[in-house]
Write a protein that binds this ligand. Structure first.
Ligand code: IYR
Length: 221
């Protein structure tokens, strides 16, 4: 096959007992992850964000084109502009756009159009999916499964940040085009999600929600 190059797989073989222990331990750790809306301004070392984004970049992607970009925002002025842009969209969402059925399922989460966390949290990681790529010489190339790939990378990122001891909030003001302008990202990069990242506020509370049981989310055939 022309153009392909293979190297030995680096695979860590784990004894079965240890596999069971790790699967259980990972579940016990990740089940404690909760979406937080009440953040502390406590600073976070930048290296933790950098390593977590490296983990995200290790995600599988369509044709390994890695069609994502992570814009890390710590600058107070940019955070303020993002908050203003998001709150403007959210006001329209809650007052006009959202059908009652949608508002009804959101009610237990206690969300509204105020998004102070966008200024309080030390980092906003704004994730973009590349609808197409651009080569160094400026010519475009197609990407494949950009949304799915970016979703998987975002999952890696959320898990990595949780593992590092941080809280996150997946925030999706809609539409999100205002983020391209504020962050000077090109049009072919579509805003995917804002990952609000930091420490929870002291005494932060979260909604009392359940997770579906294994039997509700899985069938074994
Ligand atoms: N984007 C809005 C509304 C919202 C929508 C869903 I679906 C959520 O799970 C949570 C909120 C907001 O951020 O308030």
């Amino acid at each position: 096959m022309s153009g392909s190059r293979f190297v030995p797989l680096h695979f860590e073989s784990v004894p079965e007992e240890e596999m069971r222990r790790r699967a259980q331990a990972f579940y016990q750790e990740i089940r404690l992850r909760r979406t937080v809306r009440d953040f502390s301004p406590r600073p976070v070392p930048r290296e933790i964000i950098e390593d977590s984004i490296r983990s995200a970049g290790a995600a599988p992607s369509g044709a390994n084109l890695q069609p994502w970009h992570f814009a890390v925002v710590a600058d107070p002025d940019l955070k303020r502009r993002i908050r203003e842009g998001a709150e403007e969209e959210e006001r329209r969402f809650y007052r006009e756009r959202a059908p009652q059925e949608w508002l009804d399922v959101l009610a237990p989460l206690g969300t509204d159009d105020r998004k102070p966390f966008l200024e309080i949290a030390p980092y906003l990681i704004v994730i973009f999916a590349q609808a197409h790529g651009v080569k160094e010489d400026g010519t475009p190339y197609k990407t494949y499964y950009a949304q799915e790939s970016t979703g998987i990378a975002t999952g890696f990122l959320i898990a990595a940040l949780h593992r590092a001891g941080l809280a996150t909030l997946t925030h999706t003001p809609s539409p999100m085009n205002f983020l391209n302008e504020i962050l000077a990202r090109p049009k072919h990069e579509r805003p995917f999600l804002i990952l609000v990242t930091g420490f929870p506020a002291d005494q932060a509370q979260v909604p009392d929600i359940d997770r579906k049981a294994l039997s509700e989310i899985a069938t074994f055939h």
